[in-house]
Design a protein around this ligand. Structure first.
Ligand SMILES: [Zn+2]
Length: 170
């Protein structure tokens, strides 16, 4: 029996389920869904059909998104780590870049998601530092810096959003 592609399998599944497919088609589908999770899910009615190329795109998108989430978190940790240092001013460059990553991941929701992430990360490191007795910024300053960084983040989000808007395909 020849192997069939996901596309052919999904075309055949309705015929098999209606009992009008040939014996060969039915066997081919059964053989395919025994190995292919997504077609099996479609067969059992759990999932709408997804073509091979769509599946690949979803997989690629997920990997790219994960990569940008790592970059975003790295930027936030790195940037916040500079708050108490003399390299503080680098954040006027880092935070807009963090905003760009945020837009790639969250689109316009980044406008509140990234400032929220900044605040939460700041509060967590405040609590951790207090417990270790090494806190030197203080809660009030941390909240203030979160606000200032958020302005830079929003600038980055706006730039990314406008570029995306300008170059999107109609
Ligand atoms: Zn398949």
């Amino acid at each position: 029996m020849n192997e069939i592609s996901c596309k052919i399998c999904m075309d055949l599944i309705p015929l098999v389920q209606d009992g009008i497919a040939s014996e060969d088609s039915r066997e081919a589908v059964e053989q395919h869904i025994s190995k292919c999770e997504s077609c099996a899910a479609y067969y059992s009615g759990e999932m709408p059909p997804v073509a091979d190329t769509d599946k690949l795109m979803v997989e690629v998108k997920r990997k790219v998104q994960f990569f940008f989430i790592m970059l975003l978190m790295f930027g936030i940790f790195f940037g916040l780590g500079l708050t108490a240092s003399s390299e503080l001013f680098y954040n006027s460059l880092i935070m807009p870049v963090v905003g760009v990553f945020g837009y790639v991941i969250f689109r316009w929701k980044a406008l509140y998601a990234v400032p929220l992430l900044l605040l939460v990360t700041n509060l967590i490191s405040f609590v951790l530092n207090v417990f270790q007795g090494i806190e030197e910024i203080g809660l009030y300053s941390r909240v203030m810096w979160t606000g200032i960084y958020s302005i830079f983040v929003v600038v980055g989000i706006m730039i990314a959003g406008l570029i995306h808007y300008a170059f999107r395909k109609e």
